[in-house]
Write a protein that binds this ligand. Structure first.
Ligand code: GLA
Length: 330
């Protein structure tokens, strides 16, 4: 009798602890979100929308900035130690792909990439890691078309126009974006010989300013300038370079990609600058949706689609408020 009572009590405790373990598991989903450039407004917005997903679903979001490979690798270990089950990452170096896959697996974590897709040793995309990125070539073409339309509107003679290709060729999405812009420029008659490469050492405004200044100083024969690049920061750097060498805003046409704060503050300046537009992409989709995808994967075993490509919409200082509203990112 005593024995039976004891056995029943023990199994009741066991059953109760299984129930409470399940409840604890549901409450304790932890998702990491690592970005390569935490000070860049695009990544701030991505985090903001990921936070929204966390608040809605009740999971914990652990945000870490990792500006180089070493910081990235220790960030992944750090997430593992904190009991994170899965993370989203925009890596500072896509070539770290195989090492990242191994490190995520060693920590028993699921991994999804955002913005910059991992490559293997031969430079091919690692397709086994789910990825959300922008339709880079198409968005680049939209940039090139917007520049060409403005060149026509200003009645410039194409022989007197130079193009600054602010480049970061170690990043495939950066190459696709600028090559897309060049395709559209050439389709509109832009002379290839007038396109000058301005390689940036980092993907920020200062690095782009330095790279573009070198191009401007080497081509005093050019009368008007256009500029395009990986993102708003790249194009803003080129525009700042034209200003610093004394080229007037009405001789400059820059169109960026992003549409976050960097572009918006430029549009809000009382006097228009050479930065005339940006193809707005969606930090909401990249932040909120990837976080939701990871939550579904961790909590319900539903793996995200292997490749999700998002689109963009051109905005100018006249239209950006409406375009952002339409995209749900005001
Ligand atoms: C890259 C760029 C960012 C942003 C994202 C968008 O990561 O560095 O500025 O444009 O792509 O996917």
């Amino acid at each position: 009798m005593n024995f039976l009572k004891k056995a029943l009590t023990v199994s009741a405790i066991a059953a109760a602890s299984i129930v409470s373990m399940n409840a604890a598991y549901a409450e304790e989903v932890k998702i990491g979100f690592i970005v390569k450039q935490p000070e860049e407004p695009w990544f701030q917005e991505e985090w903001k929308f990921a936070d929204k997903a966390a608040a809605e679903m009740g999971f914990t979001l652990v945000k870490i900035g990792a500006v180089d490979g070493e910081k990235l690798m220790s960030a992944i270990d750090n997430l593992g130690v904190q009991g994170v089950q899965g993370f989203i990452v925009c890596t500072p170096d896509v070539k770290l792909g195989p090492g990242m896959v191994a490190k995520a697996a060693a920590n028993g974590m699921k991994m999804m990439t955002v913005d910059d897709r991992l490559v293997d040793a031969s430079g091919e995309a690692i397709e086994s890691v789910p990825h959300m990125g922008i339709s880079a070539a198409k968005i680049g073409e939209a940039v090139g078309q917007a520049i060409s339309d403005e060149v026509k509107a200003r009645g410039w003679d194409l022989a007197e126009v130079g193009a600054i290709r602010v480049s970061y060729d170690q990043l495939p999405t950066a190459v696709d974006r600028v090559e897309g812009a060049i395709t559209a420029l050439k389709a509109n008659g832009f002379p290839e010989a007038n396109i000058f490469d301005a390689p940036q050492v980092k993907t920020d405004t200062e690095a782009a300013l330095n790279a573009a200044t070198t191009v401007l100083n080497s081509h005093p024969e050019i009368k008007h300038w256009v500029a395009f690049g990986l993102n708003d920061e790249a194009v803003l750097g080129a525009v700042r370079a034209t200003e610093s060498v004394g080229i007037a805003a009405d001789n400059v046409i820059g169109v960026g990609i992003g549409g976050s704060d960097s572009a918006i503050s430029e549009f809000q300046k009382p006097d228009p600058t050479g930065f005339i537009g940006s193809v707005i992409i969606s930090p909401k989709r990249h932040g909120y949706e990837t976080a939701m995808n990871m939550f579904e994967w961790v909590a319900n075993g539903k793996e995200p689609e292997s490749l999700i490509l998002t689109s963009g919409s051109l905005a100018t200082r006249e239209t950006y408020v409406d375009v952002r509203k339409d995209l749900g990112i005001e």
